[in-house]
Structure formats: structure tokens, C-alpha cells
Design a protein around this ligand. Structure first.
Ligand code: BGC
Length: 366
């Protein structure tokens, strides 16, 4: 009897030790994982499918250093590369991992590992889909980008030919990039009612996202598709008035396809304010672009991290309910938005006033 009691007491004591050990480990783990100044922030960038990604590395390094963090910025050409990059950031113990997804639907395992290690996960520019393991999303308002592009397309066509109906073609970005659907949805919110009314016609008949998306955001693919559409739907003299292009890289390929087919260049939209497109805009070959300052976008993410390092549980400027831009199929990710600016020949010099390189390009090509 006494022996049994003793064993029982020992068991309780042991359990107590185990429990205490456990709880003290848990509290020291959470103290360890909170980001502090001086920590390394991992930044996993995708393939350089447009100039903004090329600029992003320096923008992050500058912003992180300025805010007192170390930076580890890595590009990935493929999904598998990026999965490995994120895994190694987790292994290195990075306290914050910023991710611009190569494929937003294929990082579920990696962000789960990151969260399990105690890291904060920030989706940057592109959302990460179908997971609860994303803490924040910092990006330009992509739906607004699409709306601005569509409105520019209409304005440009109207300025050239005051009355419709107008013949247009529609291009979207890669179906692996969550942004591409949001740009498309924003643009279609403006265009679809006019297509339904017959004020806009799409002679190719291709209007659904899957029909108009461009694999890998690769301009070779958009150029081929534009050439095929011209051959099929415009070689009988039908006029092509405008093309909705989701970015500058694809826009230039669409302009090239029209030129090679011997068609007058239609109104073509864009995005990114790439240095190769600004002269085309100033010369009237490309109608519009969108300005999304990459330094500002990196700074938005770094400001979030700074708030977290300062112990702010709810960082400044975060919207918790923007389903249109930040719903990822599982949760509406707390979202720090930035405002995109539409740029045409008319406002280019003024729009680029905070960016000497772009301002000079606009001025020199006037
Ligand atoms: C970015 C655009 C870019 C595109 C292709 C998108 O996710 O938001 O700025 O043009 O990717 O690289």
C-alpha cells in the first residue's frame, strides 16, 4: 500500500517536472521567435519575368538595412527552387520570411513549415493561395490595376476613334500567379458590361481567363497568341482597335506581333513602367502603363516587420477584410495595400517625379 502511494507520488512529481519543463520551453520558444532588430529577414523572389523583380532585390536590401535588419534575398527560376529556398530559410532560423510566389498554389508545405518554426510569413506582391499559414500580404491594389488598365484601353480607343463599337482582344498573366486573376477580374469589371452590350467586340471569341492567360508571363507565348489571332480574325480587314495587356513585357510582344503582321498598332495597355516601354509610350506606340514603385512596395513590407519588431500586434495600415485583393481561398490575409498610378504620355513626367531614371526617360523621349 505504502509502496503504491510512493510510486503514485513520484509519478505526479515527475509529471510536474515534465509539465514545468514543457511550459518553460514553450515560453522561451515564443520569446525567441519574435522578430527583433538585427535579425535576418529572408526574401524569396520569383523568376525575373519583368523588370520589377530585377529591382526588388536592391529595394529590399536597402529598406531592410535602413530599418536595422539583415537581409537574405534569393531569386528562384522554378517552383522547386523556390520551395528549397524557403525550406533553407526556415532551417537557417529566419524570423520573417517574405515570399513573392513563383506559383502561389504550390507553397502550402513550405509556409506550414515556416509557421511551425515560429517565423512570420509575409506574401509580397503576389498572394499565397489555399493556406491559413500567411500572416500578412503587402502589395499594390491589383484589382484597381486591372480597372485602370481597362479604363485606359477605353479612353485610348475613344481618343483615336470617337465612336464604337470597338474590336478588342484580351490578354492576362500566368495562371500560376494569383495576381493575374485579380488583374483580369478588375479589368473585366469594366469591360464585361460593354462586351455584353455589344459596344466592345472580341473577334477571336476568347474572353475567359483560361483562354487569355499567358503561361509563365512569357512574351513569346503572348506574341504567338496575338499572331495567331491576327491570322484568324483580322486578316480579312477587320480593324483591331485595342488590346488589354496585363503588363509592359507582354504589351511590347503584342505591339511587335501587330507590326510584323503589317497592322496599324492598336491601343495597348501595360503595367510596371519598364524602361523599355516608356519611350514607346512617349512616342505613342504603347498607350499606357501602371506605375508601382518597387522601393515603396518593399518598404511597405519592411514597415510591417518593423512594427512587429516593436511589439505592435496590429501593424499600421493593414486591412483585415479586403476579400477582393487578399482572399486566398482559405482566409482573407491581413493586407497592406499600396495605390497604383495610371501613366500615359500626358502625365508621365509628373507621375515619375519621384524617380529620376524614369522621369529622365519620359523627358528625353517627349
Ligand atoms: C506583378 C507584375 C508583373 C508580373 C510579371 C505580377 O505578379 O505584380 O508587376 O508584371 O507579375 O512578372
Amino acid at each position: 500500500m505504502r509502496k503504491k502511494l510512493l510510486i503514485g507520488l513520484t509519478a505526479v512529481a515527475l509529471a510536474g517536472v515534465a509539465l514545468t519543463g514543457c511550459s518553460s520551453r514553450a515560453s522561451s520558444a515564443s520569446a525567441d521567435t519574435a522578430v527583433k532588430k538585427g535579425d535576418t529577414v529572408g526574401v524569396a523572389l520569383p523568376a525575373k519575368t519583368s523588370q520589377n523583380w530585377v529591382l526588388a532585390k536592391a529595394s529590399f536590401e536597402k529598406a531592410l538595412q535602413g530599418a536595422g535588419f539583415k537581409s537574405d534575398v534569393q531569386y528562384s527560376a522554378t517552383v522547386a527552387d523556390q520551395q528549397n529556398v524557403i525550406q533553407s530559410m526556415v532551417t537557417k532560423g529566419d524570423k520573417v520570411i517574405v515570399i513573392a510566389a513563383q506559383d502561389g498554389s504550390q507553397l502550402g508545405t513550405q509556409v506550414a513549415q515556416a509557421k511551425k518554426s515560429g517565423a512570420t510569413v509575409i506574401a509580397w506582391d503576389r498572394n499565397i493561395m489555399n493556406t491559413k499559414n500567411v500572416d500578412f500580404y503587402a502589395a499594390f491594389n491589383n484589382y484597381k490595376v486591372g480597372q485602370l488598365q481597362a479604363q485606359a484601353l477605353l479612353d485610348g480607343m475613344k481618343a483615336k476613334k470617337p465612336t464604337g463599337p470597338y474590336n478588342i482582344e484580351i490578354f492576362a498573366g500566368a495562371n500560376t500567379d494569383a495576381n493575374a486573376t485579380v488583374f483580369y477580374n478588375g479589368a473585366m469589371s469594366v469591360l464585361k458590361p460593354l462586351i455584353d452590350k455589344g459596344e466592345l467586340k472580341v473577334p477571336s471569341g476568347q474572353t475567359s481567363f483560361q483562354q487569355v492567360q499567358t503561361d509563365n508571363w512569357d512574351p513569346k507565348n503572348s506574341q504567338t497568341r496575338m499572331t495567331n489571332i491576327i491570322t484568324k480574325s483580322y486578316s480579312n480587314g477587320t480593324e483591331l482597335d485595342g488590346v488589354l495587356s496585363p503588363n509592359d513585357t507582354l504589351g511590347r510582344s503584342i505591339i511587335t506581333a501587330a507590326q510584323q503582321a503589317g497592322l496599324p498598332v492598336p491601343i495597348v495597355t501595360g503595367q510596371d513602367s519598364e524602361t523599355a516601354s516608356i519611350p514607346l509610350i512617349m512616342k505613342g506606340l504603347q498607350y499606357s502603363t501602371i506605375y508601382k514603385n518597387t522601393d515603396d512596395e518593399a518598404k511597405a513590407a519592411v514597415d510591417l516587420i518593423t512594427d512587429l519588431a516593436n511589439g505592435k500586434k496590429k501593424p499600421t495600415g493593414v486591412d483585415y477584410n479586403d476579400k477582393t485583393n487578399a482572399y486566398n481561398g482559405t482566409i482573407t490575409v491581413p493586407y497592406k495595400p499600396l495605390t497604383p498610378v495610371l501613366v500615359t504620355k500626358e502625365n508621365a513626367v509628373k507621375a515619375y517625379a519621384n524617380n529620376p531614371t524614369l522621369e529622365k526617360l519620359a523627358t528625353d523621349n517627349q
